[in-house]
Write a protein that binds this ligand. Structure first.
Ligand code: HEM
Length: 204
């Protein structure tokens, strides 16, 4: 079964995706360094997992890469909405399709059809989009708590916003681990994400 030809992953998606991978590495590593200066939990991250060398350096990296995250995130969101790619790729997502695909996934029978994402993929991508927005909003709250006092109040105070930021970061890391494991399990998805590939609804 073939669909209209064209690129499976248009270049703006690929550009934003791979820029985002670099941005995430920078944000996570510098963020873990900042966390270590005042840990919320009973652990810190090893120094080799952090970026910046010292607290001032961690903060400088975090805020510098933040602007790249902002530009890249806004480009991805605006282009995705205007081009209709978001609607086409991530919606509709019905509860029925989700149960069916989750069940197939558990039996290792979940099919993969190019950028015609299955319901489990749709759910994961929608999750990481919402999680990313939460991460940015909670980050803004703890960066400029006076200017964004309304946001801080929405999170229930500065300390709670810090926890939300940490949990949203953990959600993103969890997504990335599952996402990369899926790419390893279905490696033929990787090359089209680099070159664009051909759009087809053939099963993989
Ligand atoms: C080295 C790390 C990564 C690799 C190798 C990777 C690889 C891929 C591949 C191959 C696809 C296409 C999947 C398919 O065709 O079924 C994809 C899609 C996607 N990835 Fe990643 N990814 C990585 C990291 C990330 C990170 C860190 C995020 C977000 C925080 C992310 C978010 C997404 C999203 C949202 C899509 C769907 C894009 C769209 O269709 O608009 N990825 N990734």
């Amino acid at each position: 079964m073939k669909k209209a030809s064209g690129s499976r992953h248009p270049w703006p998606i690929r550009l934003c995706h791979w820029t985002n991978v670099l941005v995430m590495i920078g944000m996570l590593m510098s963020g873990w360094g900042i966390y270590n200066a005042s840990p919320l939990f009973n652990f810190t991250f090893p120094a080799w997992m952090t970026l910046g060398g010292w607290l001032g350096g961690h903060i400088a990296w975090h805020l510098a890469v933040m602007w790249l995250l902002f530009a890249n995130g806004v480009s991805y969101l605006v282009w995705g909405i205007i081009s209709g790619q978001f609607r086409g790729r991530f919606l509709p997502l019905s509860g029925h399709a989700l149960w069916q695909d989750l069940f197939s996934a558990l039996r290792l029978r979940l099919h993969h059809r190019g950028s015609d994402y299955n319901a489990v993929q749709k759910l994961m991508y929608l999750f990481v989009l919402v999680d990313g927005v939460l991460l940015v909003l909670s980050g803004l709250s703890i960066w400029k708590p006076v200017q964004f006092s309304g946001l801080v109040a929405l999170f229930g105070g500065f300390d709670r916003a810090r926890y939300v930021h940490f949990y949203a970061m953990s959600g993103l890391v969890l997504f990335t681990v599952v996402h990369v494991v899926m790419v390893i399990l279905v490696p033929q998805t990787l090359w089209p994400m680099i070159t664009g590939g051909k759009r087809s609804a053939d099963r993989e």
